[in-house]
Design a protein around this ligand. Structure first.
Ligand SMILES: Cc1cc2nc3c(=O)[nH]c(=O)nc-3n(C[C@H](O)[C@H](O)[C@H](O)COP(=O)(O)OP(=O)(O)OC[C@H]3O[C@@H](n4cnc5c(N)ncnc54)[C@H](O)[C@@H]3O)c2cc1C
Length: 411
């Protein structure tokens, strides 16, 4: 079945996945991205931006034919997860307890984006537009349009629906007059790659500290990708430390659970905030991914939620087309917003609560959370529920997030 023109702004992980999925279902796609990503491979070292990818997201990549592209480059499965607090409780998750091969995968963001671009470049239904500047958005339930400027010339691009996948600072969201609410966490995440003396043990580690969490996400062999959330001043100080002093600081912060950690390559800083769009939709427009919501990275859920948004939107659009309803009609898009907004707010709220709970040094709160971690560790059904939630396999899933029939490559 074919029909339906869709304009997607933003070819990051979520926008590129949307382009692949909608093209696969016969929609004609124009994908606007600032510039074509650099997908040369192999690369020296690891990229510092990585994502913990849930089972639901991996299913989605598999459906799109992008998973094998990622495996061909580099994906790292992890089988265990250890979460602890200094001098406090600890909880361990093990895939074997769930009879699963792994809990998830750590993948460089560029690997994900490039695998999706490799797929969309093969699809005749996708036209890529790079280097165009967005000027305005004209809302319409039947034929919304964008005015853009490309190589000095203004163009008007019409479609049946426009999708904003242009990230947290979405210009399209702003042009559509959709406001956001949220706050800064007054924390920056320092990200980098380290080599661990004791290898990666196929385990993801997270230590909660009053200043913020330190996550160690396993990469190939002995390497870990680090996300260390702390005050902006401390993050800036850590980013400037000499290599030896940084190694010392990060080894101490991890309580040397993996032996000595040694910095490899550069360090990056990302300000952290909570942000939610007041609406996900406008006439002829749908927001997906970070354009709709930004959450604290402590549970590695941001892009996983964005991919679920786009999978839900795909199901809604396919149903609308079957029923000959306009894609950009409020009734159509409302189904998408209803399906996703509540779930995203709940996840955002849970991450916010966790962040506050673990930043709190008031003795009863500290005691409660230590008891909580230890108790949760001993309660198998609760643990299973927590892990299934993190794997994204709880509840009703959009069709793209459901398992693929048959074999797919397992690294
Ligand atoms: C430190 C850190 C760690 C994280 N770890 C995890 C994790 O482990 N797991 C997880 O699930 N999530 C994680 N996240 C969140 C995750 O990175 C984001 O949710 C994800 O990048 C959002 O993807 P997106 O495609 O919606 O937006 P983006 O990645 O921001 O992509 C937006 C795209 O739109 C393009 N664009 C923007 N404006 C325009 C325009 N006007 N015209 C054309 N193109 C445009 C940009 O060039 C970009 O390619 C983390 C975030 C941080 C900060």
């Amino acid at each position: 079945m074919s029909g339906g023109e869709i304009l997607i702004v933003g070819g990051g992980m979520v926008g590129a996945a949307a382009a692949c999925a909608l093209a696969q279902r016969g929609f004609r796609i124009r994908l606007m991205e600032r510039r074509e990503p650099d997908c040369s491979w192999p690369r020296d070292g690891f990229e510092i931006r990585v994502s913990a990818i849930s089972r639901a997201s991996r299913n989605l990549f598999d459906h799109l034919g992008a998973w094998r592209e990622m495996v061909r480059r580099r994906v790292t499965p992890y089988e265990r997860m250890v979460v602890w607090e200094a001098g406090g409780g600890e909880i361990r998750f093990d895939a074997a307890e769930l009879c699963e091969p792994e809990l998830g995968h750590i993948i460089e963001n560029g690997v994900i984006q490039c695998a999706l671009w490799a797929v969309l470049r093969e699809r005749p239904e996708v036209e890529v537009i790079t280097g165009a500047e967005l000027l305005s958005f004209e809302p319409s339930e039947r034929r919304p349009a964008l005015r853009v400027k490309q190589e000095g010339e203004e163009r008007r691009l019409e479609a049946d629906l426009v999708i904003a996948a242009d990230g947290a600072r979405s210009q399209l969201r702003e042009l559509a007059g959709i406001s956001t609410h949220g706050w800064s966490y007054d924390q920056h995440a320092l990200v980098c790659t380290v080599k661990a003396e004791e290898g990666n043990q196929a385990t993801a580690w997270q230590r909660f500290m009053p200043s913020g969490p330190l996550a160690l996400l396993p990469m190939e062999r002995d390497w870990f990708s680090i996300v260390w959330s702390t005050s902006p001043e401390e993050a800036a100080r850590l980013a400037e430390l000499e290599h030896d002093a940084f190694d010392e600081a990060v080894t101490r912060a991890s309580e040397a659970r993996l032996g000595r950690l040694t910095l490899e390559g550069g360090r990056g800083l990302f300000p952290l905030r909570l942000q939610h769009a007041g609406r996900y939709i406008a006439p002829g427009l749908a927001l997906v991914g970070d354009a709709a919501h930004v959450i604290h990275p402590l549970a590695g859920q941001g892009v996983n939620l964005g991919l679920l948004d786009m999978a839900e939107l795909v199901d809604v659009l396919v149903r609308a087309r079957e029923k000959h309803r306009p894609l950009g009609h409020e009734q159509t898009l409302r189904r998408y917003e209803r399906a996703r907004k509540g779930e995203n707010i709940a996840m955002q709220g849970a991450m916010d609560l966790l962040k506050r709970l673990f930043s709190n040094e008031i003795p009863p709160v500290k005691l409660a959370r230590n008891l909580g971690l230890d108790l949760a560790d001993r309660l198998s059904p609760l643990k299973r529920l927590l892990v299934r939630n993190a794997m994204g396999t709880l509840g009703e899933l959009p069709s793209l997030a459901q398992p693929v029939a048959g074999e797919s490559p397992h690294p």
